[in-house]
Ligand binder design. Structure first.
Ligand SMILES: [Zn+2]
Length: 111
């Protein structure tokens, strides 16, 4: 690898483009959590019928730090251009970024 190639490797996409944020609410204690998925490091390829690249997926276990510590399991599926196509959750529910911000404002400021 020459110097130019090394320099080009340092020029990475900005964090906003390469990450996907999800917000989840724990079923047990109501804690709202945010987690970031690195679309270039955390996705696994899933192969279709003919061994062709079909989609990407990411499984994540999220554990809160202010509530009950019960794990919330999330599975996200992305198409080949890394756009979210489906999501599943166990132990919690997906909430909006606004819900997360409200939660942080009202709860974490008291801890
Ligand atoms: Zn909890």
């Amino acid at each position: 690898m020459n110097i130019l190639e090394k320099l080009l490797k340092l020029v990475k996409p900005s964090p906003a483009e390469r990450a996907y944020c999800i917000y989840v609410k724990c079923n047990y204690c109501g804690e709202v959590l945010k987690t970031r998925i690195d679309l270039y490091n955390e996705l696994s390829i899933r192969f279709g019928d003919q061994g062709k690249r079909d989609s990407y997926f990411c499984r994540k276990t999220i554990i809160g730090s202010h509530g009950c510590y019960k794990p919330i399991d999330v599975e996200l599926t992305f198409d080949l251009s890394r756009k979210l196509v489906s999501r599943e959750i166990q132990g919690g529910e997906f909430v909006s970024e606004e819900t997360y911000k409200e939660f942080v404002k009202h709860h974490l400021s008291r801890i």
